[in-house]
Design a protein around this ligand. Structure first.
Ligand SMILES: Cc1cc2nc3c(=O)[nH]c(=O)nc-3n(C[C@H](O)[C@H](O)[C@H](O)COP(=O)(O)OP(=O)(O)OC[C@H]3O[C@@H](n4cnc5c(N)ncnc54)[C@H](O)[C@@H]3O)c2cc1C
Length: 439
């Protein structure tokens, strides 16, 4: 490989903060809100021009349950966020206990932005965090690149909410990737269809597509590397007339295999492949499936959705059995009850493994602390978990409370002058319990 040597550059320090959160997805926007509400001078940096992360950029429309059959597990800003989304007309909550809901991703963008700004956190959009500034083994700041050039931002604590663990990776932390063979779950591009006749489909599960898929295969009209749809459903759009015979539907069915989500060439391949599959799927739906005859493409996601990349190694690694046994820890600070949802590496199947009713697991504080770097917290999809545990912790109703817990922890450490590793976990728990989270 040819090598180009970059010149040494002097860059401005554009700001100094108590806490900098890198990435404005489900775990990042909640971390920023919690840190700012707890008195920390907080900056949230996001590469897109809007918040919500995979939830909005990759066009998610469903939140899972925060009810374990006995307790509503989550309080605080996450609870508030779900209710605001429903109250402002951007979604439909099925029951007040589970909080499961279908929502409009446009609504998530709007509510995330309002809540972050109301918290007092500063926001820097259209900016990519490209490096971490280390002094010895401590993170002291980050480097950002955007249309203004390259600049540094300094902070007492950095929260890595990039989903991919970009900051911890730059700090030289070890990470795990994929299953035992190092292979990751497929990526999918979600899309929305307009003018779907919901009345013809209502009450029927995805199973109705199976005979049509078999028929399309025989006719050479099925070109997707899986034998099924992963999910579909009617979407509530704020302001749109509620007409069952002309509804909006989201479709989760495209599939690109063996894609490394932190490799730009692979991501390019995935975008090209999945966008081709969108055309094929619309053709299939219009031709074979009653209710979709007159559907049209409303919108594709801004990018393919990534299920799995780096899992940064922390002081503890959460395992599949911790989740299925509903394990609690002395330093457990985030409760979760979501099933383990792992998509088959070959794209054919996806499986759910469920916890027992009325149980939930906890994620220990140690899963958020990288092995070496001080002053750095990981939150969201990149935490220290095994391949199967990731299948549960990656969902948004687990990532959001992770962000909230990490935001509080960071603010507490700043306010009371603790190093993160010396911060008494009981103090984080107190702050979360006061918000109604079941710890
Ligand atoms: C196809 C698919 C379907 C899914 N369906 C559901 C579902 O129905 N329900 C559910 O709850 N979950 C679902 N998920 C999972 C869920 O959406 C994600 O796992 C979750 O959003 C992860 O949250 P996060 O905050 O860790 O990361 P992300 O949501 O990925 O957010 C990371 C943010 O950081 C930004 N960023 C990244 N790197 C940088 C950088 N270097 N500098 C600046 N900004 C950066 C990104 O732009 C992004 O905004 C699905 C995932 C996929 C792929």
């Amino acid at each position: 490989m040819k090598i180009h040597t970059e010149n040494r550059r002097y860059i401005p320090v554009a700001g100094e903060f108590d806490v900098i959160v890198c990435g404005g997805g489900p775990s990042g926007f909640t971390a920023a809100i919690a840190a700012a509400r707890h008195g920390a001078k907080t900056l949230l940096i996001e590469k897109y021009g809007f918040l919500g992360g995979t939830g909005t950029a990759a066009l998610m429309v469903q939140f899972g349950s925060i009810f374990d059959g006995k307790n509503i597990l989550i309080g605080g800003c996450v609870h508030e966020f779900l209710h605001r989304l429903a109250d402002e007309g951007y979604g439909k909550m099925y029951t007040d206990k589970t909080h499961r809901m279908i929502f409009d991703p446009e609504g998530m963008i709007a509510v995330c932005q309002k809540m972050v700004l109301e918290s007092g956190a500063e926001l820097l959009l259209h900016s990519v965090v490209t490096d971490v500034i280390l002094e010895g083994d401590s993170a002291r700041g980050i480097v950002v690149e955007n249309k203004s050039g390259r600049s540094a931002y300094m902070a007492k604590i950095i929260i890595d909410a990039t989903g991919d663990g970009d900051i911890a990776f730059r700090a030289g932390e070890e990470f795990s990737y994929g299953n035992k063979e190092g292979r990751v779950q497929p990526v999918s591009l979600e899309f929305l269809l307009g003018n779907v006749n919901h009345e013809k489909i209502i009450g029927q599960g995805l199973g109705i597509t199976l005979p049509y898929i078999r028929q399309a295969k025989e006719n050479g009209d099925w070109k997707i590397p899986s034998d099924q749809f992963f999910s579909w459903g009617r979407v509530i759009k704020r302001g749109a007339p509620d007409i069952p015979e002309s509804s909006f539907y989201f479709i989760n069915a495209t599939n690109a295999l063996n894609i490394n989500g932190v490799d730009a060439k692979d991501l390019t391949k995935a975008e090209i492949e999945c966008r081709r599959q969108v055309d094929d799927l619309i053709y299939f739906l219009q031709k074979y499936v009653p209710g979709f005859e007159k559907c049209y493409l409303d919108r594709t996601a801004a990018q393919v959705g990534i299920r799995e990349t780096r899992r940064i190694r922390g002081k503890y690694t959460l395992t599949q059995s911790d989740i299925l046994e509903g394990k609690h820890f002395d330093d457990g600070i985030v409760p979760g009850c979501n099933s383990i949802d792992v998509h088959d590496i070959n794209g054919k199947e996806f499986s759910h493994k469920f916890l027992e009713k009325e149980t939930h697991y906890q994620i220990p504080w140690r899963c958020f602390l990288p092995e070496k770097t001080k002053g750095l917290i990981m939150t969201g999809r990149c935490i220290s978990a095994d391949h199967h545990a990731l299948g549960s912790v990656r969902v948004m109703v687990v990532c959001m409370p992770m962000g909230e817990a990490c935001g509080y922890a960071a603010a507490l450490a700043c306010k009371e002058n603790y190093l993160l590793e010396d911060l008494p976990v009981e103090k984080i728990k107190q702050a979360l319990r006061a918000q109604g989270t079941m710890i």
